[in-house]
Design a protein around this ligand. Structure first.
Ligand code: HEC
Ligand code: HEC
Length: 249
C-alpha cells in the first residue's frame, strides 16, 4: 500500500515536471515546434475543405477577405506561411483575439488539421480585384520596394515558401498597412527581426507609398479567379449581401 502510494506520488511529480517544462516553453518555441511538425505532413484537401468551414464565417468561402482590410485575403497564400500564422496565432505569438478561439485544438484540431486547411486555402484562386492605395506616390513606392523588399518578398511580391515569407501580391492595401505598422512598432511579435530593422527609418509617406505599390503587384493569371467566381465547394453558403461593387479610387 505504502509503496503504491509512493509510486503514484512519484508519477504525479513526473507529470508535474513534464507539464511545467511545457509551460516554460515560450510561445515562439511552441509555435516553431508545431510548424516543424505540420510542414512535413502529407495534406488531405478534402479534410482541409471540411476544416475550412469554420473559417468561412469571417474569411468567406472564397478566402478573399475584405477590401477595407479588416479581413485579409488568405486564398493563394503559401501553405508554409498559413501554417506558421496559424501556429503563431494559437500559441499567442501573434495577437489575433477575434480568430483565436477558432484556432483552438478543440475547434481546429492538431498539426494534421493545420496542414490540411493550409493546403486547401493555398490552392483557392485569388480575388480578381483587391483593395489598393490612393495611387499618388507609386514611383517612390516602386523605388522603396526595389531597395528594401525584393530580396525577401520577391520582385512580384510572391513570397518564399521555404523561409515562410508571405506572398503580399494582391493583398488588400489596408491590411498591408496595418500589418506593416504593427511590425514596425513591435506589436506583431512574430515579425521578422531583419525586416523590423530594415523599415525603421520609413516615414509615413514611405509606408503608404511602398504598400500602395505592393498592393498593385498582380498575382499571375493562373492564380487569379475569374470575375464573380464563387467557391463551388460551399454551394449552400448564405450570402446576405452581394459582392460589393468595385470602388473607384
Ligand atoms: C472570427 C473571425 C475569424 C475566423 C473565424 C477566422 N479568422 Fe483568420 N483572421 C481573422 C482576422 C480579423 C485576421 C487578421 C488579424 C490581423 O489584423 O492581424 C485573420 C488572419 C488570418 C491569417 C493571417 C493572414 C496573413 O496574411 O497574415 C490566416 C492565415 C488566417 N486568418 C487563417 C484562418 C483560418 C485557417 C481559419 C479557420 C480555421 C480562420 N482564419 C478563421 C478573422 C478570422
Ligand atoms: C529580411 C527579410 C524581409 C524584408 C527585407 C522585408 N520583409 Fe516583410 N516580412 C518578412 C517575413 C519573414 C514576414 C513574415 C513574418 C511572420 O512570420 O509573421 C514578413 C511580413 C510582412 C508583411 C505582413 C504580411 C502578412 O500577410 O501578414 C508585410 C505587409 C510585409 N512583410 C511587407 C514588407 C515590405 C513592404 C518590405 C519592404 C519595405 C518588407 N516587408 C521587407 C521578411 C522581410
Amino acid at each position: 500500500m505504502y509503496i503504491r502510494h509512493c509510486l503514484s506520488a512519484a508519477a504525479s511529480l513526473l507529470l508535474l515536471l513534464s507539464s511545467s517544462s511545457l509551460i516554460a516553453e515560450s510561445p515562439a518555441e511552441r509555435a516553431r515546434a508545431e510548424v516543424e511538425a505540420a510542414i512535413h505532413l502529407e495534406s488531405d484537401l478534402e479534410a482541409g475543405r471540411k476544416s475550412f468551414m469554420i473559417c468561412t464565417v469571417c474569411h468567406r468561402p472564397e478566402g478573399w477577405g475584405t477590401e477595407d482590410g479588416i479581413y485579409p485575403q488568405i486564398a493563394g497564400q503559401l501553405p508554409g506561411v498559413i501554417i506558421k500564422q496559424l501556429a503563431d496565432i494559437r500559441a499567442r505569438n501573434r495577437d489575433n483575439p477575434t480568430m483565436l478561439p477558432f484556432t483552438s485544438p478543440q475547434l481546429l484540431g492538431g498539426v494534421q488539421e493545420i496542414a490540411n486547411v493550409a493546403a486547401y486555402i493555398s490552392q483557392l484562386p485569388m480575388a480578381p480585384v483587391n483593395g489598393v492605395g490612393p495611387g499618388i506616390d507609386l514611383a517612390l513606392g516602386e523605388q522603396l520596394y526595389k531597395d528594401n523588399c525584393v530580396d525577401c518578398h520577391g520582385d512580384q511580391g510572391q513570397g518564399d515558401e521555404e523561409d515562410h515569407i508571405p506572398l503580399i501580391q494582391g493583398q488588400h492595401y489596408h491590411y498591408l498597412l496595418r500589418q506593416f505598422q504593427w511590425i514596425k512598432m513591435g506589436k506583431r511579435r512574430n515579425a521578422d527581426q531583419k525586416m523590423v530593422k530594415q523599415i525603421q527609418r520609413f516615414s509615413g509617406r514611405d509606408i503608404s507609398a511602398v504598400l500602395d505599390y505592393a498592393s498593385r503587384l498582380k498575382p499571375p493569371v493562373e492564380k487569379l479567379a475569374t470575375p464573380n467566381w464563387q467557391n463551388p465547394d460551399f454551394p449552400n453558403y448564405y450570402r446576405a449581401t452581394p459582392v460589393p461593387p468595385r470602388r473607384h479610387r
